[in-house]
Design a protein around this ligand. Sequence first.
Ligand code: DGY
Length: 323
Amino acid sequence: MTKPTLLLTRTFPADVEARAARDYDARLASGDTGWANDSAEIARRAVGAAGIMCAAGDRMNAETIAALPEGVKIIATFSVGTDHIDLKAAAERGILVSNTPDVLSVATAEIAMLLILMAARRAGETERVVRAGAWTGWTPTQFMGVTLEGKRLGILGMGRIGRTLATMARGFGMEIHYRNRSQLPLNQEQGAQFHAEDEAFLAVCDVLSMHIPGGEATLRWLNAARIAMLPQGAIVVNTGRGTTVDDEALVAALTDGHLRAAGLDVYAGEPNIFPGYLRLENVALLPHLGSATIETRDAMGFRALDNLDAVLLNGEEPPHRVL
Ligand code: DGY
């Protein structure tokens, strides 16, 4: 039987590419060369393909989707986020879209916890001091941060990642609050307190951790007005999507002292970073590391392939269909 053709827009983990090459006529990307930012190039390379395995940040917008050849049946993204794909355009063309939920919850929650610790304990700033050879030795008042024990952690978006973070943060003695579209059942809340309104929620966030998707509906959700609702000295962490933060407002609040610190893993317009962050010592900046563990990236790739296999090899619904 002829294998269906699969276009891969990036270099994926070796075992993932090996499975793709075993089961498909796989067009592997040679290196992350950047052509996935080019609609015409994606469409050109997709000629003859039945499926596309893409990744967060790829240009799968309306222009690309309109240009895709007839034969493309499914776009399987190697991500849980789908803000890089114009879902409406895909639906109009009858192209299925799938993602990779669940498998990255622990890895992403670990990065959120890491950023909370980095921000609270000034880890980025002080590591830079040590590396610069500028540390003059221990003193009783040097580099003091804040302890997490007894502090209130507000989780915006209590999905799988948010709930995993809650479990981790309980181990640090934090009190958990959350804001979500709807209240969770008791067995998922595990004592966390639900807030139905932004103001009441933000007012109790000694630490705010953001886990909401990108897109129009959440654009610059954390704006100056909402930042003002946070307690004096609060910490903000974002491992969801950078577009959900008003960068100017966050930089202003970190500069005037209303906020103590921030930790960011995601940025609007990645890989560009809003320049104001680079000048601040009280911001920990990571390069979109959320899911970047060997185990998780393999699992994401296998999940993306499971979706492709369902549609292209077995004629079934993809298990993780977005729409
Ligand atoms: C996702 O899966 O959406 C992540 O942002 C990629 O790590």
